[in-house]
Write a protein that binds this ligand. Structure first.
Ligand SMILES: C[S@@+](CC[C@H](N)C(=O)[O-])C[C@H]1O[C@@H](n2cnc3c(N)ncnc32)[C@H](O)[C@@H]1O
Length: 360
């Protein structure tokens, strides 16, 4: 049944209030974070003159904050249109209300000096000392983003979404939500209960929490190589029989051939070494059944949005991302074509691109 004008107005007002509030909150944190890091750096400069790591000036263009916020506004407009078209529900509060936001903010700023220290000292091997790290592949045992604990600790899992939202000015969840568009089209007229979906490298579960609201009967596998992040996913999504957490590597999935009808992989491939990327793509091709849908979400690559090229050059220097430069020039379409997929479409969502692949 079509919404009445009053229902539409309520939807729009509630969307505008929640999403504009989020962008203001996280973009504001970005401003405060940069100021705090400047102060920390100034103290280091006084103590160790001339020791500041050099950041290479990007050759490409770097978008201004105003430009990024304008692009986020375009994304949010599209997000609202998707809600109004009935593709997914109005976004819920994923931040735990005001108390959740304040607690995350305090934890974020309490941890910031350690992140700044690692960036300053180019220290990214501390994660190797965390409990259980030795059981993980060598490429994984690093402080990606210079974050405390790498992927290994509960503290890291709790802080992760806050850090990502600050990085993306509060647009990360909206970027991930664009995955729900092809999924909604794919699921139309099908019995969700009979399908199997997996989010590969699900992180702290922010996408799964949104997916579960949109498709509450779709059985989901939450796959990640971090116990701490899987625990956080369980906490975020809530205990439910339709969510099954699986501790596994994307390049060695404990699933039989053709086990999945649909799968997503969001912001993983830029963190994999090139050789592992190929293995992971082949493995994803193996576990998705012929005719199945795979949605790949990653950072933009060089040339996708030329106005962002300089930012893509800066990113791995400011945040420890050892494999990002090689990702920027990887032919993703070919990578997955070699794994048995055909590319059906690509859309951009500010810093992200969403590629839809069909298993042949
Ligand atoms: C940048 S985060 C992305 C998380 C999430 N998909 C999101 O949208 O934010 C990368 C995640 O990939 C996981 N990861 C890294 N290498 C992996 C691998 N080889 N197999 C499975 N998970 C991996 C990490 O534990 C972490 O949770």
């Amino acid at each position: 049944m079509a919404a009445t004008p009053l229902e539409r107005l309520v939807t729009r007002l509630s969307f505008a209030a929640s999403q504009a509030g989020r962008v203001a909150w996280y973009a504001g944190h970005g401003v405060a974070m940069r100021r705090a890091v400047k102060r920390i750096d100034a103290r280091y400069d006084a103590q160790y003159p001339g020791k500041r790591p050099q950041i290479a000036k990007p050759r490409g263009a770097v978008p201004s904050t105003r430009r990024m916020l304008a692009d986020i506004a375009v994304l949010l407009k599209r997000d609202l249109e998707n809600v109004e078209a009935g593709l997914y529900p109005l976004p819920a509060d994923t931040d735990g209300g005001l108390s959740g936001r304040l607690a995350a903010s305090r934890a974020y700023f309490a941890d910031l000096p350690e992140v700044a220290r690692r960036r300053r000292e180019r220290s990214h091997q501390e994660a190797r000392r965390e409990t259980g790290a030795h059981k993980r592949p060598r490429y994984y045992q690093q402080n990606f983003h210079f974050q405390s604990g790498g992927w290994m600790t509960r503290q890291s899992a709790r802080l992760y979404d806050m850090q990502v939202e600050v990085l993306f000015n509060g647009a990360a969840d909206a970027m991930r939500r664009q995955v729900l568009v092809p999924m909604a089209k794919e699921l139309t007229g099908r019995d969700q209960r009979k399908l199997i979906f997996a989010d590969i490298a699900c992180g702290a579960g922010s996408f799964l929490a949104q997916l579960r609201r949109a498709f509450p009967r779709l059985p989901c596998l939450a796959i990640d190589l971090s116990e701490a992040y899987l625990d956080e996913t369980r906490r975020r999504v809530g205990r439910t029989s339709i969510l099954k957490p699986i501790l596994a590597k994307a390049e060695a999935l404990p699933l039989h051939d053709g086990a999945l009808d649909l799968a997503t992989c969001i912001f993983l491939f830029h963190e994999l070494p090139p050789k592992i990327r190929k293995l992971a793509a082949a493995e994803i091709g193996r576990v998705i059944k012929p005719g199945g849908l795979f949605i790949f979400v990653e950072s933009l690559q060089t040339g996708d949005e030329p106005d962002y090229d300089g930012l893509l050059e800066l990113f791995p220097q400011l945040f420890h991302e050892p494999y990002y430069a090689s990702y920027l020039t990887t032919d993703v379409a070919k990578l997955f074509e070699n794994a048995g997929f055909v590319l059906e479409g690509t859309t951009h969502a500010v810093f992200a691109k969403i590629m839809q692949f069909r298993r042949v």
